[in-house]
Structures are given as C-alpha cells and as structure tokens.
Design a protein around this ligand. Structure first.
Ligand SMILES: *[C@@H]1O[C@H](CO)[C@@H](O)[C@H](O)[C@H]1NC(C)=O
Ligand SMILES: *[C@@H]1O[C@H](CO)[C@@H](O)[C@H](O)[C@H]1NC(C)=O
Ligand SMILES: *[C@@H]1O[C@H](CO)[C@@H](O)[C@H](O)[C@H]1NC(C)=O
Ligand SMILES: *[C@@H]1O[C@H](CO)[C@@H](O)[C@H](O)[C@H]1NC(C)=O
Length: 502
C-alpha cells in the first residue's frame, strides 16, 4: 500500500518532467527559416530567443575576439553653468555601433532590410555599458518613453542611439577670469569590459558634430577635438572586469569667455569710479566734508560693484585677474583718500616750510620732515653764507630777509627769498658784520672760494625758497591731478598686457 503510493508518485513526477521537457523542447528554438513571413517583432523574438541568444554574453564570446564599439555624437546644446558651479550642461545624441554576428539574419530573412526598435528591442540584445566618469548627473531624455533607438542591419551590425542630457564637471582654472579660456570634456568609458575585450573608438570621420544652433551665451566655442585612450581602472577591484585597463573616449571643447559683459558691467564702471575719486583734487584742501564724502562714497560704490561680481565665482585660493583689478582700483581710491588726509594736515600747519629748491623732492621732504628741513636750512646758511646769517642776526636788513611772513595776509603769496651767494651780496652787509665773520673758521671761506671757483652755478646751492603750507597743499593737489591719472594709465597698460599677452 505504502510502497505502491510512492511508486505512483514517482511515476507522476517522471511523467511530468518528461512532458515539461517535451513542451520546452517544442517551444525552444523556433524555426528561423523563411523568416520573411514573420512580422518584425515575431522574427526578432525568434532571432533573439533564449535558446540561441544570451544577451549577457559578448557578441564575440565564441571567437574571443575584441569587440569594437564605434561611437559618434551629435551635440545639440552646451551650456556652461555659472562659474562657481564648475560644471556644464550638455544635450547630445550618442550613437554606438558594433557588430553582433549572432544577430546576422540575412540568410534567414533576405527580404528584410532593417529591424528597428526602441527600448523593448534594447532590452533583448547585448549592448555595451558605457559610463561618463566626469558626470555630475545624467539621464536619458524623452518625455513619454526614453529616446532610445536601436536598429539591426542584416549583417548583424547594431546601431544604438540615445538622447541624453548630462551635467558634467569641468574643473575650470579661473586664474585669468574673466579673460579665461576653459577646456571641458566629456569622457566615455567602458564600464564592464577591459580593453582586451572591448575597445571603444570614435567613428572615422566627423565623430562629433555640433548643432549649428549652438547658443553659448557667455562663451564662444574656440575649438573641439576627440581622443581615444586607455585608462587604468582606478576602482579596479570593484569592477566586474577586474584590474586592468579600460578603453575610453574623450571629447574636448575649448571655450573662450565673452568679455563684453564684464567690460560693460565691471571694468568700465570701475574705471569711472576711480576717475570720480580724482575729483577730490580739484576741491579746496580744507573742504573736508565734500572730499571725505567723495572718497568714502567712491570706495563704497566700488566695493559694492566688485562684490556683486565676486559672488558669481567659486572661492578658490589663488588670485584671479579680476581680483588684481579689484585690488588695483581699491588702491587708487584709497590713495586719493590718503592724499586728502595728507594735504589737509599740511594745510593746517602753521609754519612756513623753507625749501632748497622748488622741486618735488624738496617739497615732499619738507612736508614729511618739516623740522629737518628747517635745521638743514640753518645749517646750510651757516655753512654757505655765514655773512648772510650773521648779517641777519645783527644788521638792520633783517626786515627784508626775514623768513617769517610780515603779516597775516602774507601767507597767500609765494615768498621766494633768494639768498644770493656771498659774492653777490652787497658789500654793506658783509662790512657791517665783518668782525663776526673773522671769528668763523677759515675753512668756511675756503669752501666758499672753492665753490665759486669750480662751478658756474654756485648760487643754486644757496638759493632757498619758502612755501606756505597752503601753497604746498595746493601744489600737491595740482600734481595729483596729473599723477593719479598717469599712474592709473600705467596700471591699465600693465594689466591689459598681462591679461592679453600672457
Ligand atoms: C529532456 O531533453 C533532453 C534533450 O533535449 C534530454 O537529454 C533529456 O534526457 C530529457 N529529459 C527527460 C527527463 O526526458
Ligand atoms: C587629442 O587629440 C588632439 C587632436 O586630435 C591632439 O592634439 C592631442 O594631443 C590629443 N591628446 C591626447 C592626450 O592624446
Ligand atoms: C595598462 O596599460 C599600461 C600602459 O598603458 C601597461 O603598462 C599596463 O601593463 C596595462 N595593464 C594591464 C593590466 O594590461
Ligand atoms: C580583462 O578581463 C578578463 C575577464 O573579464 C580577464 O580575463 C583579462 O585578464 C583582463 N585583461 C586584462 C588586461 O586585465
């Protein structure tokens, strides 16, 4: 009883297996002969049937040949993002071409010219898996269904197209911003198979075509090229293919930034702001409120202008060309403010500055070290024309040669007292203090004599002039009117040659 039941059971199981086997047998490997009578979809399901086609195996798994995958791309759209994102957006159609001998159907269906399908066909045949190493994100495009097209030629040549969009990294070097040129690239690499199994190649002619309506707002496309290479699998142990070299494709394009926007929105306004800060030199030296207001407001407006520019840039550690410009302009505006402070301080000085010569060197010297100049004057006078100094101390001529101005109204005039050399002095003065001169060491006289002997212009040595503080202030302002624009011009020449010639 028990035994017969087990026997029955075994019989049933055996019979079932046999019948299953037979049903699979009849279902498997449907005939391909006279394939012209089938519809495309029917024919393909027969061609790529499980029994004769394994889409997980390489097209050349039998011969162990290298599979060559030829690529080409059509680029619709390139949009470099804002500089601080360091990436760009690309819309492109990528077409891959390879030959799968298992799909050659010309002998079965001689009438058929092409099998064309979309995603469903793609899911039935082998296709290389490529990835974009420098992608930030990428996706297949398509609204309803993804834009994938696959077509199989009678010879087994498969064309696989997909429309993609990608945001790709581009490590821009912004040292010359905004006069920079950037080279960005799209890389394609084999994901699964190493270079000894799968080789990627660009199509022979025109592998990358660009849409004629490529609108690059901020850039112009200068050049583009393609390269084929073999890269070391860096995450080798993670990849299926194991350690080894992987075939890779690269499409590189060179973009030049359009400077027009930056010129109109940054460089020219900042030049104007710097020029505005020079207005201060035409104002009175003691006109503190307008001059301070002018200085600070130009500084503030320039910083506002510059910071709106800086916001669009990544915070890189190196100095960019735009920052050199910023520092230069800030320096000029700051210098104009400092000039005012300097001039204002001098303006309010009490003492008249004695000057050896009316010459920028001596004027600046006297303003920076007024006491020193004064001392020098006294020393000089004692050394060069002792008669004179003595005469002033003792004679009645003091009122004429006095260094201090006579009255308050005197300040406004340039009082140039030229002290002529000893030889030109009226004899009266020397005589009046003759006794004092004799007390001086003889060396001084020698010095005088030798001086008059040697040179034609000894008077220059002993010519001292004076300027009132107000005159000096006005003098400095006047010079600044010329000096600042000239220096800014020099800065500009240096800057623009650096930008365009280096
Ligand atoms: C199933 O069919 C295969 C041949 O296709 C055969 O070798 C096998 O023995 C069959 N199995 C059974 C249980 O009949
Ligand atoms: C890439 O190709 C371009 C032109 O085809 C060539 O000038 C350049 O040297 C190549 N670069 C590499 C890394 O092979
Ligand atoms: C990868 O390529 C380099 C040269 O390009 C070669 O030296 C190295 O042996 C290759 N590695 C493998 C695993 O083939
Ligand atoms: C490529 O990968 C295959 C296995 O997929 C392996 O047998 C072969 O050695 C690899 N080639 C290289 C050069 O690493």
């Amino acid at each position: 009883m028990n035994f017969s039941a087990v026997l029955l059971c075994l019989l049933v199981v055996f019979k079932c297996a046999a019948c299953l086997n037979s049903t699979i047998d009849t279902l498997e490997c449907p005939a391909l002969e006279s394939g012209d009578i089938y519809t495309q979809s029917e024919f393909l399901s027969r061609l790529a049937h499980k029994c004769r086609y394994d889409r997980l195996l390489l097209p050349t798994y039998e011969t162990r040949d290298v599979v060559y995958v030829h690529a080409s791309a059509y680029i619709y759209f390139i949009q470099p993002a804002e500089a601080h994102d360091l990436n760009f957006k690309l819309h492109f159609l990528l077409q891959l071409r390879w030959t799968d001998p298992r799909l050659a159907y010309s002998i079965y269906s001689p009438e058929r010219t092409r099998i064309i399908g979309e995603n469903d066909l793609r899911s039935r045949v082998w296709a290389p898996h490529l990835y974009i190493p420098n992608e930030q994100s990428s996706s297949l495009m398509g609204t309803d269904s993804k834009d994938v097209l696959i077509s199989i030629a009678p010879s087994g040549e498969v064309l696989f197209s997909r429309r993609m969009q990608g945001v790709l990294y581009c490590w821009m070097n912004l040292q010359k911003f905004p006069f920079d040129e950037q080279t960005c690239s799209m890389n394609l690499e084999s994901w699964k198979y190493n270079a000894s199994i799968l080789r990627l190649m660009w199509e022979k002619d025109n592998p990358v075509r660009l849409s004629s309506e490529l609108h690059l707002t901020e850039y112009s496309l200068l050049d583009y090229w393609t390269n084929e290479s073999v890269v070391r699998g860096d995450m080798a142990h993670m990849r299926v293919g194991g350690a080894g070299n992987y075939s890779a494709l690269k499409f590189t394009f060179k973009l030049g930034r359009e400077v027009g926007y930056y010129l109109m929105d940054y460089f020219i306004p900042s030049m104007m702001i710097v020029a505005m800060s020079w207005v201060t030199f035409w104002l009175q030296a003691d006109a503190s409120p307008p001059r301070i207001t002018l200085g600070t407001s130009t500084m503030l407006s320039f910083i506002t202008l510059a910071s709106s520019q800086a916001k669009t840039l990544p915070k890189v550690s190196y100095i960019k060309a735009s920052e050199i410009w910023f520092l230069g302009c800030t320096g000029f505006i700051f210098a104009a403010l400092v000039e005012f402070a300097f001039v204002n301080t001098i303006y309010h000085r009490k003492k008249v500055a004695p000057l050896k010569k009316v010459n920028s060197k001596y004027i600046l010297k006297s303003t920076l070290t007024p006491r020193l100049a004064r001392k020098e004057l006294q020393k000089e006078m004692q050394e060069s024309s002792p008669q004179l100094s003595k005469s002033r101390s003792c004679s009645s001529l003091s009122q004429e040669t006095s260094t201090e101005p006579a009255g308050p109204g005197y300040n406004n005039y340039l009082t140039v007292h030229s002290f002529p050399s000893a030889m030109n002095l009226p004899t009266i003065t020397t005589q009046s203090c003759d006794d004092m001169n004799t007390r001086q060491s003889p060396g001084r006289r020698q010095h005088l004599n030798s001086g008059s002997d040697i040179s034609d212009d000894p008077p220059q040595h002993h010519t001292w002039t004076e300027m009132t503080p107000k005159e000096i202030a006005a003098w400095i302002d006047k010079r600044s009117r010329l000096l600042f624009p000239l220096m800014f011009l020099c800065f500009n020449i240096l800057y623009w040659t650096f930008v365009y010639c280096l």
